[in-house]
Design a protein around this ligand. Sequence first.
Ligand code: PEP
Ligand code: MN
Length: 257
Amino acid sequence: MLSKMLSNIKKPIIGSSLDMSKEKLIIGGPCAIESYEQLKETAVFIKSLGVNVLRGGAYKPRTSPFSFQGMRKEGLDILVSVKREVGIMAITEAIDERSLEEVYEVSDIIQIGSRNMQNFSLLSEAGKLNKPVLLKRGMSATIKEWVNAAEYIAKEGNTDIIMCERGIRTFNDYTRNTLDLSAVPIIKQETGLSIIVDPSHGTGKRNLIKPMSLAAMACGADGLIIEVHPDPSRALSDGEQSLNFKDFTDLVKALRG
Ligand code: PEP
Ligand code: MN
């Protein structure tokens, strides 16, 4: 079914140009950029572990309009300074076409979040850019809908797409989402795209991040995106699913065997 669908597209997806064949793509950093100090401390720390990419949201698509919405442009300015001072790549989320222009200027990878997976105009605009796009799975999206979202990007010419499994809604309410690790071999077998896993949003619980990260690697994921905060108890968003520096160090060591 999926292969049939893919054989119908005009310009087939050929996979990401980020060379993930030699090394796994490990992305770490806070859910949201909260201050220069918070981001710099995290960037210096993850770089010391040899982690390649810093995450940090400036535009936050929050479920409630009363929750912290991110530092927006000010957050992107902090990201630029930290990237330059620390010498590290970064990924941050674009939530609409206006923020996409700003994110494109500063970020090495453009993140499109779960809530925007079917924002087709945003996908098409990202498809016109020459930077890798991380496409998170919609929280209620089937695999086929998710691959079709990737096709919207690829159709405009940008085939530099990294898929990200971040959990889906099921009847289970013990975890924030149900991490669908079967998506990993399916995406790899059916599309040839790279796929990474987000066990932070996939579970919502920091004590589940390490076991699910190891499971993701075991089923062939090309990498991970993990929320890391200098003091998760004080995080302005998603602290309960963020690792502190000690636990992130432990995870990275376990991943390297
Ligand atoms: C995020 O990574 O910051 C995020 C909002 O994730 P998701 O889009 O998967 O909910
Ligand atoms: Mn988050």
